[in-house]
Write a protein that binds this ligand. Structure first.
Ligand code: SF4
Ligand code: FE
Length: 496
């Protein structure tokens, strides 16, 4: 099977025995759970668009491992054009879902682990790269969704993994066996974990020689014995359990984060990609983070397109779309959004091949991209709230708009009163105004705000993580030389 349809993907999840907990209980049918299902619909869109001929170039690629047509989410980038197409694909998916579609973490893990395992084998004569190629070939052939899991819970951030009183706060090897390893620990804020067939686990920080047991990377099925997930709440998530669709904001799609726990999970040798070669933990982290910081220059931009469209529609429904300050705010939102896109494209254009042959992004530009993402979506959301007006947070429930309860002296119903006083400009149904304001609420403050706001801050690494890379790549010494030359300061003289 080369490419799964969206329906086949959803059906394939039903065959998994993934253990999921929410509100203190095990969720048996998580595929149809109203809080979880929107996030599954988002991943399903990565399958649906790959079937659509108009998106073939962005959504599919030719595998360098098998020569077959595969979903781009399972591709090893073979050129800067592949890196550019990746960002364009993510913008497209953001536009189609207005949410996090989750599958990128696997794609970014594939590309980071592929090049890192090549270099580990080169140094140590291990077989991690062959392991990984076999694993990825299986993933491509079955068109699976794989989660890339990196963020450990960490506990006291001032301590290295081996210094912590609880060793489980970083995923680690608890037993080395001839046929594999046993691992324990957890990954936090894990995007798309429940909706993935398999997981790739990677370390979250650079590791020293005392942290060898924590320098581990491997793959395992999401429903393997010993693994389970605790669902992360999102603001206003129980709206998805209410009758009627309007107050949900986003009718169909959503994102997903969970705590993924590994309780003495056995990993056979063939699925191990790093096991104690501690100096490569940091390499893997930096490469994955670089790819995912590039990713945000696509996905957040696509979601931003929807948000800008929603704000413009709200202004139109209020009859103010021709006011100059409204136009100017929309221009500012577009400018900020396209700046993020420019960074995503730029770090892709400046990409280069790794020793293993796949392409990686320009590290400096990808980190600048993500640093901007920690700021601009907040400003775009602020302007969207400005244009929407206060009603996006004070509007009564949809059930009030539909209520037959008599409230007026002349027999007016609650529904009639709501429709009268929350009317849009003439010719626009009040219901449409409700819908667009609820969408804005969802994206700025509700379930989708996880993906558009806080994830923009902390996803792919918190702002300080990018600043560290930027400072490492900044080459201030060279910049000082340039300035001294222009200013007529002899560099040798000054060093005396
Ligand atoms: Fe993909 Fe963006 Fe979600 Fe990361 S945050 S998984 S890049 S959609
Ligand atoms: Fe993310």
């Amino acid at each position: 099977m080369a490419l799964m349809t969206a329906k086949e993907y959803i059906d394939s999840l039903r065959a998994l025995k993934t253990r999921v907990y929410m509100f203190g209980e095990k969720v048996e049918n998580w595929v149809d759970h109203p809080i979880i299902r929107p996030s599954i619909n988002s991943v399903a869109m990565t399958y649906a668009l790959a079937q659509d001929p108009q998106y073939e170039e962005l959504m599919t690629a030719t595998s360098n491992l098998t020569g077959e047509k595969i979903n781009r989410f399972n591709h090893l980038h073979q050129s800067t054009q592949d890196l550019i197409n990746k960002v364009k694909m993510q913008r497209l998916l953001g536009q189609k879902t207005a949410a996090c579609f989750q599958r990128c973490v696997g794609m970014d893990a594939f590309n980071a682990v592929y090049s890192t395992t090549f270099e580990i084998d080169e140094k140590y004569g291990t077989h991690y790269h062959e392991n990984f190629k076999k694993f990825l070939t299986m993933v491509q052939e079955k068109d699976l969704t794989v989660d890339g899991a990196m963020t450990d819970p960490k506990g006291d951030r001032s301590k290295a993994p081996h210094e912590l009183s609880d060793p489980d706060l970083y995923v680690h090897v608890v037993e080395q066996r001839p046929d594999g390893i046993v691992v324990s620990g957890a990954k936090a804020h894990q995007t798309g974990s429940i909706n993935s067939h398999w997981h790739i686990f990677m370390p979250t920080i650079a590791m020293g020689p005392d942290d060898k047991a924590w320098a581990v990377s491997f793959a395992c099925p999401s429903d393997v014995d010993g693994i389970y997930m605790v669902y992360g709440r999102q603001s206003c998530d129980t709206r998805k359990m209410e009758n009627g669709s309007i107050d949900r904001g986003n009718q169909k799609f959503g994102g997903q984060e969970a705590l993924v726990v590994l309780d003495n999970v056995f990993i056979p040798n063939e699925y191990i990609f790093l096991n104690g070669e501690n100096e490569f933990a940091g390499v893997m982290v930096e490469r994955f983070a670089g790819y995912h910081r590039q990713s945000y220059g696509g996905c957040k931009v696509g979601v931003g397109d929807v948000l800008i469209g929603a704000a413009a529609t709200a202004a139109e429904y209020n009859g103010v779309e021709r006011a100059s300050h409204v136009k100017d705010k929309l221009i500012e939102m577009v400018h900020l959004n396209e700046t993020l896109y420019s960074c995503g494209i730029a770090c892709s254009c400046e990409g280069c091949p790794t020793k293993a042959g796949n392409y990686q992004i320009d590290l400096m530009l990808a980190n600048v991209c993500k640093q901007n993402v920690t700021r601009f979506p907040y400003e775009i959301a602020r302007l969207a709230e400005d244009l929407a007006g206060g009603l996006m947070v004070t509007m009564p429930a949809d059930s009030d708009f539909n209520s037959d309860t008599v409230v007026g002296k002349d027999g007016e119903t609650l529904g009639e009163i709501c429709n009268k006083y929350f009317a849009a400009k003439d010719g626009v149904k009040t219901e449409y105004r409700q819908r667009i304001l609820r969408l804005l609420e969802n994206m700025c403050l509700g379930t989708a705000a996880v993906g558009y706001r806080t994830e923009s801050m902390h996803g792919a690494g918190s702002p300080q993580a990018q600043r560290i890379v930027i400072s490492r790549q900044a080459n201030l010494a060279e910049k000082k030389k340039l300035a001294k030359f222009i200013a007529g300061i002899p560099v040798e003289e000054e060093n005396k």
